[in-house]
Design a protein. Structure first.
Length: 283
């Protein structure tokens, strides 16, 4: 269908994409929960609901971007630089002890817009990383693998977001592992972009470059993915942390937001009186 082909090995690739998507999506949901902290309880729940719906919609739209990336070397380069920037930025912020924070005083709808801007960044992360992992530049008949991985990851987030958030909170090293995997995929896409540029140069100038841009072999890439995944997971399991009451509350709020969204775009809307009750209890 549309020139796409299936091979049994594609199922393993989809499995890798689903795990990576699940970790990035859980990180996405956790950041949304932190950024909505400043809102009253009921507004916070509703803002999270809209933010999560936005995450689904933007991830679906980002899949379309995957088809564009495989066409142009300069888009591949931009995507590669972006993927390489993400882990660098992540580890710098981690070393400085910085984390996402809510915007005190920001109104409900301003917060919703802010959350969806964050969603856009995470949507680009996951889809560009998937393009690099599958190498749809060389294997255009495998675009369906990127789409399948993204869709399954979205469904998984819909029903298991709370579990993955608690997993990240108990084993925070897994968050670092996910970003190292993203950086590794970025390195692969960077080399792909260089090779694509070399081919474009030869086609437009009828001449060879003075150097040859190497590509990362599939064996090297997957061995690297395996070492990072297995080594990182073992390290994460050896360094669990105690989950705080605030973190537990955030994971439950995300689960509540998921359960409150019916999947058809409608959301549960409790009477505003509950807000005062909840806030009163906290006080």
């Amino acid at each position: 269908m549309f020139g796409q082909r299936f091979h049994p090995g594609d199922l393993g690739t989809i499995g890798v994409l689903v795990v990576l998507e699940a970790l990035l999506s859980a990180d996405n949901a956790l950041v949304l929960a932190i950024m909505a902290r400043h809102l009253p309880h009921e507004q916070r729940k509703k803002a999270l609901m809209y933010g999560i719906i936005g995450a689904f919609v933007l991830r679906t739209g980002a899949i379309i971007l995957a088809a564009s990336i495989i066409q142009f070397w300069w888009l591949q380069l931009i995507g590669a630089v972006y993927l390489l920037y993400l882990p660098i930025n992540h580890f710098i912020k981690s070393a400085q002890g910085k984390e996402a924070s809510g915007k005190e005083g920001m109104s409900f709808w301003a917060t919703v817009v802010y959350l969806n801007i964050v969603d856009l960044a995470f949507a680009l992360d996951s889809v560009i990383a998937a393009v690099a992992v599958v190498d749809t530049v060389r294997h255009k008949d495998k675009l369906w693998v990127v789409i399948a991985g993204a869709i399954i990851g979205i469904i998984l987030l819909r029903f298991a977001a709370g579990y993955f958030i608690r997993l990240l909170e108990k084993y925070p090293v897994l968050d670092h592992v996910a970003y190292v995997l993203v950086g590794w995929a970025g390195l692969k896409l960077f080399l792909i972009a260089g090779h694509s540029f070399e081919e474009w140069w030869m086609m437009t100038h009828k001449d060879h470059l003075a150097y040859v841009v190497p590509e990362m072999s599939a064996a090297v890439f997957w061995v690297g993915m395996g070492i990072i995944s297995i080594g990182g997971t073992l390290l994460a399991v050896r360094h669990p942390v105690a989950v705080t009451a605030e973190q537990e509350q955030e994971s439950h709020e995300v689960e509540d937001a998921m359960h409150g969204w019916h999947g058809d775009g409608s959301v549960d809307d409790k009477p505003a009186d509950n807000q005062g009750t909840d806030d009163g209890k906290k006080a």
